[in-house]
Design a protein around this ligand. Structure first.
Ligand SMILES: NC(=O)c1ccc[n+]([C@@H]2O[C@H](COP(=O)([O-])OP(=O)(O)OC[C@H]3O[C@@H](n4cnc5c(N)ncnc54)[C@H](OP(=O)(O)O)[C@@H]3O)[C@@H](O)[C@H]2O)c1
Length: 257
């Protein structure tokens, strides 16, 4: 991957697509990559939010920036608008996929369109867009795809049943993708995240402090060339998740969370 000094704003001949680029971690990632000179395509559901942010990135960093409004909860996405947005920009080399949503009613008996929507937004649509972008990434001298999971998905709980299932599916898919692309120039990375200080966690009580999305975006940018499959952030979550995964059912079932 061609490098630019972070924060110089000198345009690079590369484009970064951010799924879920309107808020939280995605917004910070979009700013971080734009600050390094990447043109940015922001994708999420609210066009007005995205267009304002794209205009801000163009103005502040002198890079190309485009907005694509798409509801990831839907099946059979029409990706024509994404192709149109990418067309005038430099080659796509980076796909970052921090999009995600959860819902209070996401319990084990949730069914029908509400359940499918959570599954699509956290797994199916992300997979479809990554697959759609693969030919472009493969033709770049160095490509990067980054996915995001959650420590809340390490074991099935009473809450967030479909969210957790979808995040685990996403992690498994990213591992398969890493295998499939291991002989190519495309790197595949997956971050399992602890609590972040963003809208998704707003109003929810968390037993641990929340990480800054801005700092995490900087970390992800710095490690964009690193050859790892899965990283926990903060790193303390790796041993915690390992212990939680090994807890016998007789103990785990008593933890009603
Ligand atoms: N926050 C936490 O404590 C935490 C903990 C562990 C893991 N994570 C994971 O980390 C990632 C980033 O989280 P975050 O806290 O930055 O989330 P966030 O602030 O809620 O942002 C989520 C992004 O996804 C987009 N999105 C959600 N539903 C969408 C839909 N149906 N169609 C299109 N776009 C949609 C949102 O845009 P619109 O709503 O405008 O569409 C937004 O841009 C997520 O994958 C999340 O699951 C977060």
């Amino acid at each position: 991957m061609t490098r630019a000094r972070a924060g110089t704003g000198a345009p690079l001949e590369q484009t970064c697509l951010v799924l879920g680029g309107s808020s939280g971690l995605g917004r910070q990632l979009a700013q971080r990559f734009a600050a390094a000179g990447y043109a940015v395509v922001l994708l999420s559901s609210d066009r007005r939010d995205l267009e304002a942010l794209a205009a801000d990135l163009r103005l502040r960093f002198g890079v190309g920036a485009a907005a694509v409004a798409m509801d990831l909860r839907k099946a059979n996405l029409d990706l024509g608008e994404l192709d149109l947005a990418l067309e005038p920009l430099p080659p796509l080399t980076v796909v970052l996929a921090p999009a995600g949503m959860n819902a209070d009613e996401d319990r084990a008996d949730l069914a029908g369109t509400e359940q499918l929507a959570i599954e699509r937004a956290n797994f199916g649509s992300i997979r479809d867009i990554v697959v759609h972008c693969l030919p472009r990434l493969r033709s770049a001298p160095a490509g990067l795809v980054v996915g995001f999971g959650s420590v809340a998905a390490v074991r099935g709980r009473t809450r967030n049943a479909t969210y957790a299932a979808a995040k685990r599916a996403l992690q498994s898919y990213f591992e398969s993708l890493r295998h499939a692309l291991s002989t190519t120039s495309v790197r595949v990375q997956f971050y399992v995240l602890g609590y972040l200080d963003t809208n998704l966690a707003f109003g929810k009580t968390a037993p641990f402090t929340r990480a800054s999305p801005e700092r995490l975006a900087g970390y992800i940018y710095q490690h964009r060339s690193a050859a790892f499959g899965v990283k926990y952030h903060p790193a303390i979550w790796r041993p915690i998740c390992m212990v939680v995964r090994l807890l016998p059912w007789s103990i785990f079932r008593r933890l009603r969370f």
